[in-house]
Design a protein around this ligand. Structure first.
Ligand code: ASN
Length: 310
């Protein structure tokens, strides 16, 4: 078993596809960092474990450990840390490693890894509209840099890519469900030639921390960016709930406990202001750019759901 896993890894590490993906990955990170630094963002170091992490809106195994009498979880996303630090530093980003121990059947999607990195950013006082614009500019800038630097690598991979045009098309979540059914994201992604947004996501589809619209009850001021050509979700984000009573009400309606989020609630009690942010998965972006079927091809040490990994 060990020998098999190791020889598979050795073969993977010598794969030309991986080499191209790692070169693209290097440019993607540099381009994104440069774009954000030029706009006054500061980079914060990632949080690997914490007393509080993202509850997510789908089931995963929950790794945690005790240290000196306190229980810590491995980071599923830095959502709460972003919301806390952005109160002091109004434009922040981080390349955040996340651990999400997904169920083995997620391996089928070709876009889930148990360990991945997202570029996670947050802006104080900004609205969803501001962040949609920022997301489009960031995406376009990154693709321009990759195409400029890696036209030969993309050609060798047989990948033809073009820079999309802003503003990207938008679909409201509920309109898309009515027209295409529950698999709307996959259907629309396969049909599309350019990335597009899904906006106005219903409350039950998302975690408690995103802000409910003041005009449409039960609808969140959220957005997802979806890749074309069937690559599905690229980015996910939204305006954050900052009102303590509304936060507590949302936790209660999710059937979650205040105990679980007591550290975050302590900060919220001190007063939070509106912020908006998003996270974009780096491995998924590199997979899309390279045109790979499977996400494990972009990572030197991929952790595929349900598989033994080195
Ligand atoms: N990073 C996402 C956001 O900013 C949250 C997540 O990864 N679950 O909304």
């Amino acid at each position: 078993m060990e020998t098999e896993v190791v020889s598979e890894l050795m073969e993977h590490l010598s794969d030309k596809k991986l080499e191209a993906a790692l070169k693209v990955n290097t440019t993607v990170r540099a381009a994104m960092g440069e774009f954000l630094r030029d706009r006054g963002f500061i980079e914060i170091p990632p949080v690997i474990f914490s007393t509080v992490t993202d509850p997510l809106n789908h089931p995963v195994y929950d790794p945690s450990f005790e240290y000196e009498g306190t229980r810590y979880a491995l980071t599923k996303s830095m959502i709460f840390h972003k919301q806390i630090i952005v109160q002091k530093f109004p434009k922040i980003f981080t390349f955040s490693p996340n651990i999400r121990l997904e169920m083995p059947e997620k391996a089928r999607t070709g876009r889930h890894l148990l360990e991945f990195t997202q570029l996670d950013l947050e802006v104080k006082g900004a609205t969803r509209e501001d962040l949609i614009k920022l997301g489009e500019e960031l995406f376009i800038h990154t693709l321009e840099k990759v195409i400029e630097k890696h036209s030969q690598d993309l050609h060798d991979l047989g990948r033809s890519l073009s820079v999309p045009h802003a503003p990207f098309k938008r679909y409201k979540f509920e309109d898309a469900v009515k027209k295409y059914g529950s698999e709307f994201e996959t259907i629309l992604s396969k049909e599309a030639r350019e990335p597009f947004w899904i906006v106005d996501i219903p409350l039950k589809e998302r975690e408690f921390y995103d802000r409910e619209s003041d005009v449409s009850s039960g609808i969140l001021n959220d957005m997802d960016l979806i890749y074309p050509e069937g690559y599905c979700e690229a980015l996910s984000g939204g305006e954050r709930e900052f009102d303590l009573d509304r936060i507590m009400e949302r936790i209660r309606r999710k059937g979650q406990t205040y105990e679980q989020f007591k550290w975050f609630l302590e900060f919220a009690r001190g007063g939070l202001e509106l912020s908006t942010g998003f996270g974009i998965g780096i491995e998924r972006l590199v997979r899309y750019i390279c045109g790979f079927e499977r996400i494990e091809d972009v990572h030197p040490f991929p952790k595929v759901p349900g598989k033994v990994s080195v």
